[in-house]
Design a protein around this ligand. Structure first.
Ligand code: GLN
Length: 482
């Protein structure tokens, strides 16, 4: 990908004064005008607001002020991240008319680095889903094949980056929602260690699993975005006090001497053949560059789906209680009692998947069942975490497919269970709190991208980015666009 298309390239050009932030933005807005009607990645493009931000960056430069690391870089945000004064819909009807009263901490950090916020991207309602088909508004198409899903729930962000509408976007990842759409769209998607990136201003889905992460076309840009948004936030009680590393510096390290583990459970029978071949080839490419590869076992992986689909809905059922038409949520016609009004609001405002999750979670937490479901799922989560601790005592990173297959067709996974099973390789990182990245491994014969997922121990994003960069150097997939 040519440097003027990447976030790092744009920032360098803008800082050097070879192009203005406004020129960069206008070119992207034209591209969005031309292509977004076909792809529907954006719920809302805030052209005028973005122009104002770009002009402000250009004025600061003309005054000789030092510009930030994302100077003039157009960034799109998943529409569950708050931008002051902009609507936050979460892909749901229930939030109609809600304008965010404050900037999410990640948004404050993007602004501090002189990024230009372009608009809000489509998502599965409240980030629940793997295809963006659960958006209450419309479906987003995969730029490689418009008959297929972009993945989800950050499908709008992934497709916008893959189609080069913006060089970078933010998504949120509770069970794979940054990595899986990145894999399906041929982008780089990183889920940071739990606590590395502030969740303040991200609408909560499952608070013990949610993390905001970047979607970009290149590994260098993922490192740049992570360096910008990461780091301690005193306003998020789960934020880690660790100083944030300069991830860009890690990229050149190469993989000589790096130990890569292949978990047997992630190359199970039944997965797509071409996906497995492409992922193994990508690992082979790292091996030729000096990494060593061994097989490892994560035996409790088999509990991952059931444990996640108890814990995430349980937390969601509690987090989504606030959409009652009083505190949050557009009230439906008033009923005779408070309970009736609340039921009418929630009945009309939430879509079927959100309702399903609330019911699942409420049931799992209910008196008499709590220990059997929620308690058991927590124990399984502990075992999954222990598997990773054991693995990382032997290897530096783990390599797996991001998903069992490439992007599926619209309506192909209409059964909830079929959709849930497609998350099998991504949810373990959230349960364990560890970082993971999806990096393009190559294209299937039908021309669909396949992602390689790399996982590392907590706060070892540097290792992930180093390995991902080594793969990208040998296979510069980023130059290959839909
Ligand atoms: N697909 C998973 C789910 O539906 C993960 C979603 C996410 O990471 N936000 O819960």
């Amino acid at each position: 990908m040519s440097p003027e298309r990447t976030a790092s390239g744009i920032a360098a050009e803008v800082r050097a004064g070879r192009v203005t932030a406004l020129e960069v933005l206008e070119e992207r807005l034209r591209r969005i005008d031309e292509l977004d009607p076909l792809l529907k990645t954006f719920l809302k493009v805030h052209e005028e607001d973005a122009r104002g931000q770009a002009r402000a960056v250009d004025i600061r430069r003309s005054r000789g002020e030092r510009l930030g690391r994302l100077a003039g870089v157009p960034v799109a945000l998943k529409d569950n991240i708050n931008v002051r004064g902009w609507e936050t819909t979460c892909g749901s009807k229930i939030l109609a008319g809600f304008r965010a009263p404050f900037d999410a901490s990640v948004v404050e950090r993007l602004r501090a680095e002189d990024a230009v916020l372009v608009g809000k991207t489509n998502l599965d309602e409240f980030a629940m889903g793997s295809s963006t088909e659960n958006s209450a508004f419309f479906r987003t198409a995969n730029p490689w094949d418009r008959g297929r899903v972009p993945g989800g729930s950050s499908g709008g962000s992934a497709a916008a980056v893959a189609a080069d509408l913006v060089p970078a976007a933010l998504g949120s990842d509770t069970g794979g929602s940054v990595r899986q759409p990145a894999g399906f769209c041929g982008a780089v998607g990183l889920k940071p260690t739990y606590g590395l990136v502030s969740r303040r201003g991200l609408v909560a889905f499952a608070s013990s699993l949610d993390q905001i992460g970047p979607l970009t076309a290149t590994v260098e840009d993922a490192a740049l975005m992570l360096s910008a948004i990461g780091g301690h936030d005193p306003k998020d009680a789960t934020s880690s006090p660790r100083p944030v590393a300069d991830y860009g510096a890690a990229l050149a390290g190469g993989v000589r001497g790096l130990k890569i583990g292949l978990p047997a459970e992630y190359f199970a029978e039944g997965m797509d053949r071409e996906t497995e071949v492409l992922v193994r080839e990508a690992v082979g490419c790292l091996e030729r560059q000096g990494a060593s590869v061994v097989e490892v076992s994560l035996p409790h992986t088999r509990y991952a789906i059931s444990s996640y689909y108890i814990l995430a809905p349980s937390e969601a059922s509690s987090n989504l209680a606030r959409y009652d038409g009083l505190r949050y949520g557009a009230p439906a016609a008033a009923g005779a009692t408070l309970a009736e009004s609340c039921a009418a609001t929630r009945g009309a405002g939430f879509g079927p998947e959100v309702k399903r999750r609330i019911m699942l979670g409420t049931f799992a937490l209910s008196e008499g069942y709590h220990e059997a479901y929620y308690g058991a799922a927590q124990k399984a989560r502990g075992l999954i975490r222990r598997d990773f601790e054991d693995a990382f005592s032997k290897v530096d990173v783990l390599a797996t497919p991001t998903s069992p297959g490439p992007a599926f067709r619209f309506d192909e996974k209409s059964e909830p269970m079929a959709m849930y099973l497609s998350d099998i390789f991504t949810i373990t990182a959230n349960l364990a709190g560890i970082p993971a990245v999806s990096v393009p491994a190559g294209l299937t014969a039908a021309g669909l991208p396949v992602g390689l997922q790399l996982l590392a121990d907590s706060f070892r994003e540097d290792l992930l980015l180093r390995a991902a960069a080594a793969l990208e150097r040998e296979r510069p997939f980023a130059r290959c666009r839909p």
